[in-house]
Design a protein around this ligand. Structure first.
Ligand code: C2O
Ligand code: CU
Ligand code: CU
Length: 491
């Protein structure tokens, strides 16, 4: 798939806003069969990507990005892979480790790599999203995790502006786990990389329209580790640890596993002091959940429920309301096992609510008209629509926010559009302190925060440790590619 060029965007500007947005509903609707049976009938065997684990403080890996044959959703497909797989290998690290990745680009377009959520430098050949690795080229990334790096679930994906959505949707992603200092006793751990994709009849990744980009594309198939509705089995009483990544380009997940005990251990890099019983887990694109599942006899379905994520600019086209989708089946049978030991206590989460605030900023997500109704005009974005933060499209040569290391800032991110936008800041985690003006009572740490349509969210961030330039953006990655990204420089 070719990313849309400025010229194409301008041409599409003539399309007219109403027509564009009416067609802008997620891809998922047409092929979903509805009810819990959505997502096809499959029931493939459970599988996980290969695991690469650090030893003696270091993990050195080669990741080869290529378009090639791969089994996806139980059929032969041609998609984008890391080391021949989609998702790519799971990287397991410890705090204090050095991670070296030799990224080899065998695609016919440039790419790069981002380690989403890792607390590492954004500069040089660390988590630098301004790097571009051309076709046939390679790049040596070198990341150093601080010794107090938070444990949790992270992930990697390409981050080259204008190409991110196509490359992630095409299959390029993988999980990263940073181990706990003291392990949680479980019968087994699983990684669940949840992604969506649309394959055409030939098994190639389907093209998406400008309308789908504007809404944020949603694939027809929602996969767990590249599989369609895989089957998992466990014995009654067993406790499992599930590391769940929402690696969908734009789809919001609202997960349920009815009939089973679900406990949340952490979200993104934010660890809860003790596990919390939950019935549902909501993950915006980019969010991760660290979950404990205690198995009870019977079959249970992991499902994602519809998430209303707004409308295309008041045109009445609701987005994200397709029927629920079945993602996996957990089959629990056999002899019961004894209850697992207690979960080790976690340090009390940091809390910036009492901190001195050095600066307050307001950032605004907007979907505005470029050069008048239906006319792309100057900087005309998509279908006459511009996707901006503070009225500007992304420019890698401009610094939008300058922050000082060692200070705490309070940012209010507002959204004047009729669609939700998940706000993501690289490197530094955000403490959500207010949601649409309502104070958040528990210390809540995220690296992706949903800013609701017409609403606002307030976060606090302690900028520290890493000087350099990095980005913040909408994690509906189609919107990021269309311009909803800004540059931050820390010094
Ligand atoms: Cu998951 Cu800037 O991205
Ligand atoms: Cu990121
Ligand atoms: Cu957005």
């Amino acid at each position: 798939m070719q990313p849309i060029s400025r010229r194409q965007a301008l041409q599409l500007g003539g399309l007219g806003l109403a027509a564009a947005l009416a067609g802008g509903i997620g891809l998922g609707r047409e092929l979903s069969t509805g009810g819990a049976g959505g997502n096809g009938a499959a029931g493939e065997p459970w599988a996980e990507p290969p695991v690469l684990r650090s030893r003696g403080g270091e993990l050195q890996v080669q990741l080869e990005a290529a378009r090639g044959p791969v089994r996806l959703a139980g059929r032969a497909a041609t998609a984008l892979t890391y080391n021949g797989g989609s998702p790519g290998p799971t990287l397991r690290l410890r705090p204090g480790d050095r991670l070296r990745i030799h990224l080899l680009n065998r695609l016919d377009v440039p790419t790069n790599l981002h380690t989403h959520g890792l607390y590492v430098s954004p500069a040089g050949n660390a988590d630098n999203v301004f790097v571009s690795v051309g076709p046939g080229e390679s790049f040596d990334y070198d990341y150093r995790l601080p010794p107090d790096h938070p444990p949790g679930v992270f992930w990697y994906h390409p981050h080259l502006h204008h190409r991110v959505a196509d490359q992630l949707f095409g299959g390029l992603c993988g999980a990263i786990v940073v181990e706990d200092p003291e392990p949680v006793p479980v019968a087994r751990e699983r990684v669940l990389v949840i992604s969506d994709i649309t394959l055409d009849r030939s098994g190639a990744v389907a093209q998406v329209s400008m309308m789908q980009r504007m809404a944020g594309r949603e694939g027809d198939l929602v996969l767990v580790n590249g599989r369609l509705r895989p089957d998992l089995s466990a014995r009654p009483g067993e406790r499992e640890r599930w590391r769940v990544v929402n690696a969908c380009t734009s789809r919001f997940l609202r997960l349920r596993l009815d009939g089973q005990r679900l406990q949340l251990v952490g979200m993104d890099s934010g660890r809860l002091a003790s596990p919390q019983d939950v019935e549902e887990v909501s993950l915006a694109p980019g969010n991760r959940a660290d979950l404990l599942v205690t198995a009870a006899a019977g079959d249970a379905q992991l499902r994602t429920l519809p998430v209303d994520r707004g409308r295309g600019a008041g045109m009445g086209s609701a987005i994200g309301r397709e029927p629920e989708v079945a993602l996996a089946t957990l089959r629990v049978a056999g002899a019961s096992v004894a209850e697992a030991g207690p979960v080790p206590a976690q340090p009390t989460p940091r809390d910036l609510r009492g901190a001195n605030v050095a600066a307050r900023r307001r950032l605004t997500f907007e979907m505005g008209m470029g050069g008048g109704m239906g006319g792309g005009g100057r900087g005309g974005g998509a279908g006459g629509m511009r996707f901006t933060i503070d009225g500007q499209e992304f420019d890698p040569a401009r610094v939008d926010q300058r922050v000082h290391l060692g200070t705490v800032e309070e940012w209010t991110i507002s959204n004047t559009s009729a669609m939700d936008h998940p706000f993501h800041l690289h490197v530094w985690p955000m403490q959500v302190v207010a949601d649409n003006g309502t104070a958040v009572t528990e210390p809540t740490w995220r690296d992706v925060v949903v800013v609701p349509a017409g609403g606002h969210v307030t976060v606090r961030v302690r900028f520290e440790t890493f000087p350099g330039r990095t980005v913040y953006h909408c994690h509906i990655l189609d919107h990021e590619d269309l311009g909803m990204m800004g540059v931050l420089e820390a010094s």
